[in-house]
Design a protein around this ligand. Structure first.
Ligand code: ADP
Length: 264
């Protein structure tokens, strides 16, 4: 973004010319955009669950409700509370990452085993989608296991969230030229080409009729990017509208695993 303004040049109060000033205001504009998106995200993502929790608790306090209905209301209150917790945790994570307060507990572990456990857990709790997992382990990496779980969880939740019920989400991990390569492929709504360059920015959300119905803060992928960066990895995405998206992450394989492979 360029801001242009003209300035009169005078010498001894005599007008001698005009100076045209061009200023690059990309950073300021970007900061303004983020502030606006932050306010709109917070107001929507906080208000919606809060008003639903408030409404349902009020209803239950003021009226006699039969047990099946009670259960239904409590299920909503429970999931909306979960949504608020995720929101607060995401905000805090972004805050910590920016102030470099985030501490990483590095260890060497098998990425395949960690992913298998996580996928089992997702599989049990999401009956709406079919998850398939393909990997031959062990593939050892040096990383913070909790952060890697958070990364995979974010990508898996997105794959589920942005694809219709009954869709398949395929996770694959392989040793690819000395890198642990994770691919997460969904059959969802896809991502428009013009969104690609902003996808990993804080608070960025694709804004269309489909995504508006699906809640979100636009923080998940920015957290993923930070985690990947901290582990000297890369994250890429390929997508086709209406057909699905594939996120690919690569991490360097731990030295110990390279030696093991060599000895075999
Ligand atoms: P959100 O909380 O909105 O899901 P993210 O940072 O995780 O935030 O993702 C940013 C945006 O990228 C989302 O709002 C969505 O528009 C798009 N997106 C992310 N993952 C997918 C996916 N698997 N399929 C389609 N769109 C996606």
């Amino acid at each position: 973004y360029i801001q242009i303004y003209a300035e009169k040049i005078q010498i001894n109060q005599v007008w001698v010319g005009t100076m045209l000033v061009l200023r690059d205001v990309t950073k300021e504009t970007e900061a303004d955009r983020m502030k606006e998106e932050f306010v709109s995200t917070v107001s929507h993502e906080l208000r919606t669950p809060l008003s639903s929790i408030y409404g349902f608790t009020e209803l239950m306090l003021n009226r006699e409700i039969d047990p099946p209905k009670q259960r239904k209301y409590l299920t909503t209150i429970h999931s909306e509370t979960g949504r608020l917790t995720t929101l607060v945790n995401d905000f805090l994570d972004v805050q910590r990452m920016e102030s470099s307060e985030q501490r990483y507990q590095m260890a060497t572990f098998d990425l395949v085993q960690l992913a298998a456990e996580l996928i089992d857990f997702h599989d049990a709790s999401h009956t709406t989608h079919e998850l398939s997992f393909e990997a031959v382990g062990p593939i050892m990496i040096d990383a913070d296991a909790e952060k890697i779980k958070q990364l995979l969880n974010n990508l898996l939740s997105n794959a589920i969230k942005y694809s219709p019920d009954g869709g398949n989400v395929a996770i694959r991990i392989e040793n690819h030229d000395g890198f642990a390569e994770i691919t997460i492929r969904d059959q969802g709504i896809g991502i428009p080409q013009e969104a690609m360059s902003k996808l990993f920015d804080k608070f960025y959300r694709v804004d269309n009729s489909e995504t508006r119905k699906i809640g979100g803060t636009g923080l998940g992928l920015s957290i993923c990017k930070e985690i990947v960066k901290h582990h000297n990895g890369t994250i890429d995405v390929e997508s086709t509208i209406g057909a699905g998206s594939t996120f690919t992450i690569r991490f360097p394989i731990a030295v110990i695993s390279t030696i093991l492979t060599y000895e075999e």
